[in-house]
Design a protein around this ligand. Structure first.
Ligand SMILES: Cc1ncc(COP(=O)(O)O)c(C=O)c1O
Length: 293
């Protein structure tokens, strides 16, 4: 999306990608060097999609503001998994999807947050009729709706919106604090099992050990990661099916959704990883990549 916008803006803005040295995160010191007084907008995932590293939202936002930049957080791997307080951190903008920890499933609606003080100043790059002040006037001139509504574009996907409501209700009913507590206990348990059983089988940990800077998934790296993922998903000799994500080049991402993942599920996943590697079950799969991994 940012590449597309930078392309539209011509030479006025350049997209600068920051590369992580440890493949896990950018430290606050690295960010301090990267974000300059020329930076217009800083974009980061609150919880990184591969490593699950969780940035200190307040500290990074403050750093961006101190250089005169706006801060945009992607909450896709954070909302529903960790506590997020956009007001407290004085965040300017946020986006995210609802199909992970908010229970929407693929195709569920995305969301956007714009700090109230920016509603008047910012405009959407896409002016659609649902963002108009009076969409049913059918006037040809686009007069934006007041407030956050101006960022709407087209007719909302009603079926997906209906379906997301109970997904959100159940998160609210369980309570984010309870969910986070269970998620930490579960990811700690998974890392404990990794240390006890997986480390000696050529797995390495691609996520932080400190739960305070980790979201609700854990990544393990292994030279045979892709074929191990295939064996988890389509077991030939086990009735237990585990659905991880493969993230190139060698990450097996195990997502813990504390609402419905049980401690037994975590044990079964590790037991499967052990058997797949010990019995070389992965060797009956090809390394040919599927479209969705
Ligand atoms: C970091 C991040 N942002 C956003 C998304 C959602 O993107 P989209 O709504 O285009 O499917 C994902 C989905 O995996 C993601 O991992």
């Amino acid at each position: 999306v940012l590449q597309g916008i930078a392309n539209q803006l011509g030479n006025d803005y350049k997209l600068k990608l920051a590369h992580s040295k440890d493949s896990m995160k950018l430290s606050i010191q690295e960010l301090d060097e990267i974000i300059t007084h020329d930076t217009a907008l800083v974009v980061l995932s609150h919880v990184a999609f591969k490593s699950a590293f969780m940035y200190d939202m307040e500290a990074v936002t403050e750093l961006a503001h101190s250089r005169g930049a706006l801060m945009l957080w992607d909450l896709s791997h954070a909302a529903g998994a960790v506590q997020v307080d956009l007001n407290k951190s004085k965040v300017d903008l946020a986006v995210g999807c609802t199909y992970k920890y908010l229970n929407g499933g693929p195709g569920a609606p995305a969301y956007l947050y714009v700090r109230e003080g920016l509603h008047e100043k910012l405009t959407s790059p896409v002016w659609g009729w649902f963002g108009k002040k009076d969409p049913f006037d059918f006037e040809l001139e686009f007069i934006p709706a007041p407030g956050i509504k101006k960022f709407l574009v087209g007719t909302p996907p009603i079926l997906s919106q209906e379906a997301i409501e109970p997904g959100l209700d159940i998160v609210l009913e369980a309570g984010m604090e309870n969910l986070r507590q269970k998620s930490i206990q579960q990811s700690q348990y998974l890392i404990f099992l990794y240390k006890k059983y997986l480390q000696k089988l050529d797995f390495s940990l691609g996520s932080p050990t400190d739960p305070d800077c980790r979201g609700s998934h854990v990544s393990f790296q292994h030279p045979e990661a892709y074929r191990i993922c295939k064996a988890l998903i389509e077991p030939h000799s086990s009735r237990i099916r585990v659905i991880p994500d493969f993230r190139a080049p060698d990450n097996i991402r195990i997502g813990i959704s504390p609402l419905y993942t049980s401690f037994m599920d975590i044990w079964f996943a590790v037991d499967r990883l052990l058997k797949i590697v010990n019995n070389k079950e992965y060797s009956s799969f090809t390394n040919k990549k599927d479209q969705v991994t």
